[in-house]
Design a protein around this ligand. Sequence first.
Ligand SMILES: [Zn+2]
Ligand SMILES: [Zn+2]
Ligand SMILES: [Zn+2]
Length: 147
Amino acid sequence: MCHHCDYADLLDAGNLGVTENRLKVLEVIGGNNFPLSVGDVYDTLARTGPINRVTVYRILDTLVEHGLIERISTGGRAFCYGLAPNENHPSHPHFYCKQCGQMNCLNPKSLPMDTDPLSKTFPGRIDKVEVRVDGICRNCLRLAEKG
Ligand SMILES: [Zn+2]
Ligand SMILES: [Zn+2]
Ligand SMILES: [Zn+2]
């Protein structure tokens, strides 16, 4: 898990009460180095104790609404969830494999996201920039070569 983020503090800062389930969801998402689907979050939590799938959905929605985690769109209808950028986690692009559906976090420096030029010409307010790079991951490429 991430040793920099204090999830109770994050909940506090987001004006959210600290509950055991919210902390658990944050720990699962923050402890992972790639974004997770709802199913992944649920499966991980279900291993440690009984939890309702609806509860997981509700908590994810609340955490997104309060800006603690972000919803990242995959190529299909599904979403993945990762920690929202904060002082310990710079905003970064994601790679989506069209073959296996795996989503990965890319190094923030590999594709710098500088919104300064845009904010100089764009008349509105920019809250979030989402960059998703689609392609075929290394594993899938390797399998294709063998095939
Ligand atoms: Zn962290
Ligand atoms: Zn793949
Ligand atoms: Zn990420």
